[in-house]
Design a protein around this ligand. Structure first.
Ligand SMILES: [Cu+2]
Length: 204
């Protein structure tokens, strides 16, 4: 395109020399003389074209790097997230079931202060071994530091679920936080393991 433009300009200059040039020249102007006169002009036009192209090339990355319009997040990164929730049904009817899940801390620290499910009572529990004896303690809250992984898992912190009857295949769990909005997840209910650990809930 640049070459085409140059050729076009050159053709114009050669076909129609400026009036001033023909007036100043009394004799017939040779093609060579016209080209000689036209050369500085063509060089100027060419430089302008090149400058335009270079400026366009320089501008392109700047435009590409401009910030994209804000996109609504699918979820709020500042809040904790919950995953992998499941419930182990009690081995003995009437005993509480145990619930497990993993919390991923958000951008801001928060604290889990409770878990609810319709018709059930749920407590936060810790579990520890002391002198070969498994001990549980009720927790009022569980900190969820920013960016941390907080697991409720067999042998450690867990949810103690009272009042579960029948054999539901899933259980909705709503996690209540001190700062953020509640989070609801669905926990799969599994049968008691074939080799359950010593029943740490005998005291309930
Ligand atoms: Cu417990």
């Amino acid at each position: 395109m640049f070459q085409v433009a140059m050729r076009s300009v050159m053709a114009q200059r050669l076909a129609q020399p400026r009036a001033g040039v023909t007036c100043a020249m009394t004799g017939a102007m040779t093609g060579r003389a016209v080209r000689a006169k036209a050369a500085p002009f063509l060089a100027k036009v060419g430089a302008m074209f090149i400058r335009t192209i270079i400026l366009s090339l320089l501008a392109a990355p700047v435009l590409a790097a401009a910030p994209a319009p804000p996109v609504k997040e699918a979820w709020d990164r500042t809040r904790p997230q919950v995953s992998g929730a499941w419930v182990r049904a009690a081995a003995v009817p009437g005993r509480p079931a145990a619930g497990y899940l993993v919390l991923a801390g958000g951008g801001q620290p928060d604290t889990l202060v409770g878990v609810t499910s319709p018709g059930l009572r749920i407590e936060l529990h810790s579990m520890s071994m002391a002198g070969g004896i498994m001990k549980m303690a009720k927790l009022d809250s569980v900190p969820v530091p920013a960016g941390a992984r907080v697991a409720f898992a067999p042998g450690g912190n867990h949810l103690m679920i009272f009042g579960m009857t029948g054999a539901p295949t899933s259980l909705p769990l709503t996690l209540v936080f001190r700062n953020g909005k509640p989070l609801t997840t669905v926990a799969a209910v599994r049968a008691p393991g074939a080799t359950p650990p010593a029943d740490p809930h005998a005291g309930h």
